[in-house]
Design a protein around this ligand. Structure first.
Ligand code: NZQ
Ligand code: ZN
Length: 384
């Protein structure tokens, strides 16, 4: 096991009815800016529930944070927050709203051009405190320190990380996920699945607890993901999925182990250039990625084949083939297509994708930093 420091400061308020408890988590007298997306929280009543819980605070609202949140939109919130002397933010929505709010939180007190936080990985010295009410289990953003922000003008979709942008608290009420369209339920399951894969399907590092934990989370997604599509109002199913998605990317299973993240980096370019949903990009890239890198990932792929898919017998190469095939079939079972061609993207799109990777310095990816541009190109080619 590798050395690590693990500290996750986010307080989780889990379960039905927990929105009522948020007023205790916010400093008295705070001027609170509630941030949300395209209106689902208005329709579902979640926004009203939040406002009722915060009736004793001075409230402001910023609507319109889009899926794959953009710098252009978020900077309008930054201006509003600066003008109104906001001192607490509350994100109500999915990963995009939470990620966007992390950027707003860091940008408000930032002295220079806030885009540098993404483009130059400029140091963040302070951030406005914030909480979240999660409505879409998927990204883990509700309990981690990362955010992915898009700049529309230049087709950049970039990540930043800072210990200063962990949410102070996050409400995880599984009943708030009942209204999700099937596509977003499926996206969430696939995203969480691939987060686990990025931290588990690398090479052995004698991290037994992290491995067993990762396998348990994968098995839960495999069991409960399809059930969420069939029984959308099943509380137990929703609760298990919600907690699984949070644990998949809150630092716990990634502590002390090598991490990959190449599938995400190749996926981000697909969203930036072609607008695919984040999870759709992952469903396309992961099977091809595992195939191209099956030698360097051999031991963990065999462990995955055995412990997650029950493949114990026969030729090792065949078992790896099967494990990759079952992974693809699972995504398809969730109704997320796994080929670029399913989204109308052909091999003619690959040179531009590869150029984006190059431009963003994504030239030595993966747990061995050996996924160069040529091999990334192979992955895209195999994904068509
Ligand atoms: O915008 P509204 O109207 O709220 O509708 C949203 C949106 O259209 C809708 N929705 C959310 N909750 C709902 C609901 N509709 C009905 N009922 C509800 N309860 O769902 C749509 C998608 O929402 P979005 O927040 O975009 O989805 P997701 O949570 O999958 O977030 C994706 C973003 O997170 C980033 C992705 O790159 C992408 O930009 N990621 C963030 C990570 C992190 N911070 O650690 C890691 C991930 O790998 C990922 O990259
Ligand atoms: Zn993801």
């Amino acid at each position: 096991m590798q050395n690590f420091t693990f500290h996750n400061p986010t307080r989780i308020l889990f379960g039905q009815g927990r929105i009522a408890d948020i007023s205790r988590e916010i400093p008295a007298g705070a001027r609170v800016l509630i941030t949300y997306g395209g209106g689902s929280v208005v329709k579902t009543g979640t926004l009203n529930e939040v406002k009722a819980a915060l009736k004793d605070f001075t409230l402001f609202e910023f609507a319109g944070i889009e899926p794959n949140p953009t710098y252009e939109t978020l900077m309008q919130a930054v201006e509003l927050a600066r003008r109104e002397q906001i001192d607490f933010l509350l994100a109500v929505g999915g990963g995009s709203v939470i990620d966007g709010t992390k950027f707003i939180a860091a940008a408000i007190p930032f002295a220079g051009e806030p885009w540098d936080i993404l483009a130059k990985q400029a140091e963040i010295k302070s951030a406005i405190p914030f909480g979240s009410v999660l409505t879409l289990p998927a990204t883990g953003s509700e309990m981690n320190s990362g955010a992915v922000i898009t700049r529309r003008a230049s087709n950049d979709k970039l990540v930043f990380l800072s210990d200063l942008v962990y949410p102070l608290f996050s409400v995880l009420d599984p009943t708030k996920t009942y209204t999700l369209p099937e596509r977003q339920v499926a996206n969430g399951v696939v995203d969480a699945f691939v987060h686990i894969a990025e931290q588990y399907l690398t090479y052995p590092s004698d991290a037994k607890v992290q491995d067993r934990f990762a396998e348990g989370l994968l098995l839960t997604l495999i069991e409960e993901g399809p059930r969420a599509l069939q029984e959308p109002d099943n509380y137990a199913v929703r609760a298990n999925l919600m907690w699984t998605a949070t644990l998949a990317l809150n630092g716990l299973i990634g502590a002390g182990v090598p991490q990959d993240w190449a599938t995400h980096m190749l996926g981000h370019e697909l969203t930036a250039l072609h607008g695919l949903d984040h999870a759709q990009t992952l469903a396309v890239v992961l099977p091809a990625m595992l195939q191209v890198r099956r030698e360097e990932k051999r031991e963990k792929l065999l462990q995955y084949a055995e412990r997650v898919w029950g493949l114990r017998e026969g030729n090792a190469e065949v078992r790896i083939d099967q494990a990759i095939k079952y992974t693809r079939q699972f995504f398809e079972k969730m109704h997320v297509s796994t080929r670029l061609s399913d989204y109308g993207i052909g091999s003619d799109a690959i040179p531009a994708l590869v150029a984006q990777l190059q431009r963003h310095g994504m030239t030595a990816l993966g747990e061995h930093q050996n996924l160069d541009i040529k091999r990334s190109q192979q992955v895209y080619e195999l994904a068509v």
